[in-house]
Ligand binder design. Sequence first.
Ligand code: M6R
Length: 615
Amino acid sequence: MCGIVGYTGYRDVVSVLLKGLTNLEYRGYDSAGIALRDDNRIKVYKSLGKLINLKNEIEEKKHELKHPTSGIGHIRWATHGAPSLVNAHPHTCTCGNLVVVHNGIIENYKELREELIKKGCKFRSETDTETIAHLMADEYSKTKDLEKAVRNSVKRLQGAYAVCVMHKDVPDVIVGARKHAPMLVGAGEGENFIASDTPAIIEYTKKAIYLDDNEIAVITKDNIKITDTDGNILHKKTEILPWEPVALSKLGFKHFMLKEIHEQPDVIRNVLNGKIYDIDGPVILNEVKLDKEILKKLNKIEIIACGTSLHAAMVGKYIIEDFAGISVEVEASSEYIYRKTTTDSSTLVIGVSQSGETADTITAIKQAKEKNAHVLIITNRPDSNMARLADSLIPVNAGIEVSVAATKSYTAQLISFYLLAMHLAEIKETLDKTYLKNLKHELIQLPTKIEEILSNTSGIQECARKFSSYKNFIYIARGINLASAYEGALKLKEISYINATGYPAGELKHGPIAMLDETMPVLSILIPGGISYDKILSNSEEAKARNAKLIALTSSCDKNIDMLFDYVLRIPDISEILSPALTCVPLQLLAYYIAEFLGKDVDQPRNLAKSVTVE
Ligand code: M6R
């Protein structure tokens, strides 16, 4: 949520900042701004809405710039204060000499604001961030030392922040600080960077130093200094970023979402790589650091996650219980953190997150750690905050996901859960060897089956065209595909803004059926041979009897349903237990094409941000 980039060095500062913000735009797009130190002044440029508006604004005013050598930039996802020009970052102190950009929420900003107003500070915006600018300027006026001013100020801030600061009188120095919000320093030759996430700097350097909470970075073009909030120098490890800049290109696809959907076969191959060598041998999951004897006795797992990751967790519950007979609770992180849970040292807590930065899940994980649970994190970002909290870490290796709607990271999470569930089953010896062998065999074939779906999407496109004018949808399923129904409906809501809700098919008659008529399409997910196939068929009949238009998502061998359904989407034949890894693909594509027909902003849907770093 929100994105920060800072740069000092020999390159064209404006281009570096705008490129960095472009690569972070998935984090927020309510407004954008940059501040430059140029001609012994701080110059601020801001625009409302998407980054393109800022680019145009700067293009128009380029003549005002002499030779900026450092700058900070920000894209905003509004929390305090509406999306408006005055609330856009960067924010300055009263005289405009000190400038800040900030991610996070300052919880005690009202008290600080009152105190600073009494001291004569003139506030212009409704943001919590502006308070930081005035507070730091006040501290700077006492010490004339920017680093010290930042140190003294952050000690007074409550809440979460990743903040970058510049001062007119301290040329080409950028100071960054963080607490509960990600920040890293990118190291270059004759240039250095600071950012809230790696895509901002990846085009320029692969060397990064990750800041931890309560750390402060001071960068100049030739130097990086990291200290704690008392000024003690810290010697931090420089890490090499695993990403390639090409990950940030659409590679000819119209949208990142479509590209990422098409990447899923390779993503699955990547996840399986090194885990299943031989279908007769065990799953190799050295990432799980719990002792085998403890795993054998394990009888309770809790999985916490949000959004799409929560849906992956639901599939995880189903298969861990089915394969390994271990009882699993799944809960939205935002619910877990506000109740008395029974988590204890004998619980395995699994946190699932694409970004590894979701604030609710981080808080939930911290609470679980306080209760001495073993914490296993399944994430696409092994460089994230959440990964750093993990006792065991399964990186899902889906590569950078740019589109706000999660697709390939979901599939990668599902495959990781299949591997984990089989691993637990092998340790506990709860599954028949032939069954396990067949499962592995089928798992390895998944990429080819997804390629088959992707090789001909005309049916899905036609279905999307037929149904794009409907205002409401119901998705129904039972058992393991209930999560697929929730996820399919979420995808449609997110990118087309159509009201879509997933229901257990059996629940339809307990209330939702009242909504059914010819204006409400019902999409049923049913896998031939599955335990609840016939029941879902009956539930679909019930919907038909109320004049609802029916769409089926089924597999190729299902020959008897064309009479009942108005439209049939098919996936290659697959066992029900593995089917969520296939059913998600047509559902992603259906949502994509409906949004595309409706002319929606597929990659950056309104009001959303890729990583939700506020609770
Ligand atoms: O990064 P996370 O997986 O923790 O994010 C959780 C949700 O915010 C995320 O899945 C969200 O629902 C996506 N927009 C789904 O497409």
